[in-house]
Design a protein around this ligand. Structure first.
Ligand code: MTE
Ligand code: MO
Length: 544
């Protein structure tokens, strides 16, 4: 057995390498996050690498991730990146003991990857983006070099004393004596301890700085007093909500509203500093609006159901809220925009967010009189940060990815020929009106329920067309009309329920909806890519 106090070879040496590698990586990340906190919180290496991965994820993989991890997908991605990083860091630490420059060189290579990822993000702004990764890598490389020198110093001293290489001739380790061993262990432990302490301090400081930066935005949200609507939403009729346990509530609470976006760090925009630019084809001169300017316009309040194109049949990515905002058609008209049907040059409105996301909507839809809006309020409070504070766009009847830009800061009038926004570049359709869908909320799939009368219930949506009929089929039986809740507006979903005399056995319940154009929801199954899933939701239950 080698003397324990040297790091010559074996499990002990491996442990030293792994420790050095992990600590160096920790120092690199901590310093990077600190620098990111100072220059740009969204430019932290894990964030930019995660973002770059999201940018390059093929739609089926993205859909798999959304399906499997739901709204935890970003946490899973972050943890995945950290796990991969830890593996490489451990390996680099081991290699560093053998080859002086290999470890630090490897760390710098990772820093370079982070910098490239940062520069390739759609919201990259320049030097500030690459700085965190480069500074972190420099710190990590230095830490690894120092720890490595300390770890091998004693062993090298033994080389001089012993004269010959041991079986472990690939590296610095040699000889069996303990000369300098105690010293090198102490030296390494000190270096490791200092690295850990510096990294922890840097990390905490980084958190503090980022938090401090966000404080202005948080205060601006808390201080925002929403104006009273000049055009209030019509009172929600009694009877939009059916008294069925387990049914999706008519109005989705903000905390329960689904969230789908690519932001690994939720943008925290200070409402006071927020500006919206409107520019492009048909806009004679660039116009800029602050939040004050927006709120000086007559606010409208509307109930609108938002759905995501990535929602599988029966999936959860739909929500209904009461939004407060200003009419987008009026604002565009005031800027000089004319819809294509009246000779306007631009047929695509590209909305851009502070995090570089781009979403393209048909100008015709936005200006055809529907309640397209720039929203500032959601269910009676300022937009939550997750949902786009201070301002987001909404266009009833269109999927979120072609209309619902959160953290919006720029509107460009252009053509569908001239520009493909983010998701269109990634194989999703240019135009994507919401498809008619219905969902069974209760009973749940594979529920075991006692025989007798069972209430089957759920929601159906076909925004901007409206739902006129929902039908239920049990096994291969006839389609039977469900009872519809009262329709509020055609821009929102509609609850339905059906009392089913359930006989013992296994049964499959299927639902289908008909929209106000008379079209029945298709049974043809289509995947979410490129313009929204089709097919009918069904659940299998066992009646006992
Ligand atoms: N800035 C930005 N806005 C965005 C997105 C995004 O990734 N970034 N995702 C869009 C998509 S795909 C949908 S479905 C809706 C979801 O809005 P929600 O998260 O408030 O439910 O936001 C849209 N707006
Ligand atoms: Mo979406």
């Amino acid at each position: 057995m080698p003397v324990v106090s040297t790091f010559r070879s074996g499990p002990h040496r491996t442990a030293v390498g792994v420790t050095a590698g992990l600590l160096a990586a920790f120092a690199a990340l901590a310093v990077a996050e600190l620098v990111a906190g100072l220059v740009r919180p969204a430019a932290g290496p894990v964030t930019v690498v995660g973002g770059a991965l999201i940018d390059r994820t093929p739609p089926p993989v993205k859909d798999f991730a959304v399906r499997t991890f739901g709204e935890d997908d970003k946490t899973v991605l972050r943890l995945g990146i950290l796990a991969v990083l830890a593996l490489f860091a451990a390996a680099l630490g081991i290699i560093a003991l053998r080859r002086r420059w290999a470890g630090p060189g490897g760390v710098l290579l990772f820093g370079f990857i982070g910098a490239v990822a940062a520069a390739s993000r759609p919201d990259a702004q320049g030097a500030g983006d690459v700085l965190p990764s480069l500074a972190g890598a420099a710190a990590g490389a230095l830490a690894l070099l120092v720890m490595r020198e300390q770890a091998v110093r004693g062993a090298t001293a033994q080389d001089a004393a012993g004269g010959t290489d041991g079986p472990d001739s690939s590296g610095e380790g040699a000889g069996g004596g303990a000369t300098g061993g105690g010293q090198n262990r102490r030296g390494f432990l000190v270096a490791a301890g200092v690295t850990a302490a510096v990294a922890t301090t840097g990390g905490l400081l980084g958190r503090y700085v980022s938090g401090h930066r966000a404080r202005g935005a948080v205060a601006s949200r808390e201080g925002l007093v929403l104006p009273a609507p000049a055009s209030p939403a019509p009172p929600v009729p009694r009877g939009v909500s059916l008294p069925v346990p387990g049914i999706t509530p008519y109005t989705t609470r903000n905390a329960d509203f689904y969230r789908v976006d690519t932001a690994l760090v939720v943008p925290k925009v200070d409402a006071g500093a927020w500006r919206l630019r409107v520019r492009g084809k048909g806009v004679p001169r660039l116009r800029t609006f602050g939040l004050e300017d927006l709120l000086a316009r007559p606010p409208i309040e509307r109930d609108i159901t938002l759905t995501c194109v990535s929602n599988e049949v029966g999936g959860p990515y739909a929500g209904n809220a009461r939004w407060l905002g200003v009419r987008l058609d009026d604002l565009l008209a005031e800027c000089g925009v004319v819809p294509p049907s009246r000779g306007g040059a631009a047929d695509q409105l590209v909305a851009r967010s502070v995090d570089g996301m781009t979403l393209g909507s048909p100008v015709e839809d936005v200006m055809d009189g529907r309640d397209a809006m720039l929203a500032v309020g959601m269910n009676g409070e300022p937009l939550p940060f997750d949902h786009g504070f201070p301002v987001r766009m909404l266009v009833p009847g269109l999927y979120g990815y072609v209309s619902a830009c959160k953290w919006i800061e720029d509107i460009e009038l252009t053509t569908f020929d001239a520009y493909d926004p983010y998701w269109v570049e990634r194989k999703w359709a240019r135009r994507a009106p919401v498809k008619t869908q219905s969902r069974i909320d209760t009973p749940k799939p594979f529920a075991r329920i006692p025989a007798g009368t069972v209430t089957v219930a759920g929601v159906a949506w076909a925004q901007h067309r409206g739902i006129t009929r929902v039908q239920i089929r049990v096994d291969d039986g006839p389609w039977q009309d469900a009872d519809l809740a009262v329709q509020n507006t055609t821009d929102t979903w509609r609850q339905w329920s059906h009392r089913w005399p359930a006989a013992p056995g296994g049964h499959r319940i299927t639902v289908r909806a008909t929209d106000a154009t008379g079209r029945v929801q298709t049974e043809r199954r289509a995947p979410t890519v490129p313009d929204g899933a089709t097919g009918r939701h069904s659940v299998f239950v066992t009646v006992t």
